[in-house]
Design a protein around this ligand. Structure first.
Ligand SMILES: [Zn+2]
Length: 301
């Protein structure tokens, strides 16, 4: 399962109108849509009755919701070959016809999500009509309204983000994080070493998915994990974690917020991988190293 760390699952795959897998294809483009509604919460429920779906939706305030696993094929482009090779992003409108305006906060979040997707799938530069398309490119439709004229703006912002202009903040870092060390200057690995190999990780992060792997329940969090991900090296056992959304039941539902238990929030880094920009920690001494992206880990202190 693949969901952007920027997104919160909402009605996630609660509708039938998408296809499991991508029939062997890989993602090489993003298709931009507008919702043609101001009712952000009505999506994706409408896809129970309409033969359509998309991977993500962005609200008027810039919130990003995930509706369909990126590894699955959403029905959004009106063209099957495009559906198989693309990620579809919906955008809420702030008014209806004839303007169908889009809030600037929505466009800003769109750029962040586009940057994140482009980075993860190795698009290189985001370029309109090369890897970023309006829905109308693939079928006869008025969608995406005025966003058709904003593709270059979205691409420019996304490229600035990916070219080191700034890191991609996630919702967890904008809501309940304490003051954090900034990660400008030397690399995160250098900073961990300079601090005597000590780490602190008190911040919460999203559990993108929780699975029974290698006989233990583990959480995958794209906010922390080194890529490429493997359950053997990068999964976080639930016994290390608090389930902040369900502290009693510890159900670890996908998309929930989790944090390390107090006793695991501080400790020593056991290994570094300079090549992978990763830090390795053996939380339960002798139970095996878990590898995290050094910058992501640093930024969650
Ligand atoms: Zn559309």
């Amino acid at each position: 399962m693949t969901v952007s760390g920027l997104a919160t699952p909402f009605g996630f795959q609660s509708f039938p109108n998408f296809t499991q897998g991508r029939q062997g294809n890989s993602v090489n483009k993003i298709v931009i849509h507008h919702m043609a509604t101001t009712d952000y919460d009505s999506v994706p429920g409408i896809w129970n009755s309409r033969q359509a779906s998309a991977h993500y939706g962005i609200g008027q305030d810039g919130q990003i919701r995930a509706y369909v696993d990126e590894d699955n094929t959403a029905w959004h482009a009106g063209d099957w070959g495009t559906n198989l090779t693309s990620i579809g992003i919906e955008h809420a409108n702030v008014n209806l016809a004839p303007n169908y305006d889009i809030a600037q906060a929505t466009i800003e979040s769109s750029a962040k999500l586009v940057a994140d997707i482009a980075k993860r799938y190795g698009f290189g530069q985001v370029v309109p009509y090369k890897n970023l398309f309006p829905h109308s490119q693939f079928t006869s439709t008025a969608c995406p309204g005025q966003l058709k004229d904003k593709l270059q703006e979205i691409a420019d912002r996304a490229n600035t983000i990916n070219n080191g202009g700034q890191s991609v903040p996630t919702q967890s870092t904008t809501t309940e994080q304490p003051a954090q060390p900034t990660s400008t200057g030397s690399s995160a690995i250098d900073k961990f070493k300079a601090g005597g190999d000590r780490f602190v990780l008190q911040g919460s992060f999203i559990n993108n998915t929780c699975e029974l792997q290698y006989g233990i329940y583990q959480v995958r969090s794209q906010e922390l994990t080194a890529e490429p991900f493997s359950w053997r090296d990068n999964g976080i056992p639930t016994k290390l974690l608090e389930d902040l959304d369900d502290p009693q039941g510890r159900s670890f539902n996908d998309g929930g917020r989790v944090a390390f238990k107090k006793e695991y929030q501080r400790g020593t880094i056991d290994k570094y991988s300079e090549n992978a920009n990763a830090v390795g920690i053996d939380f339960l001494d002798g139970n095996g190293i878990i590898w995290f992206d050094a910058d992501k880990f640093w930024n969650h202190a």
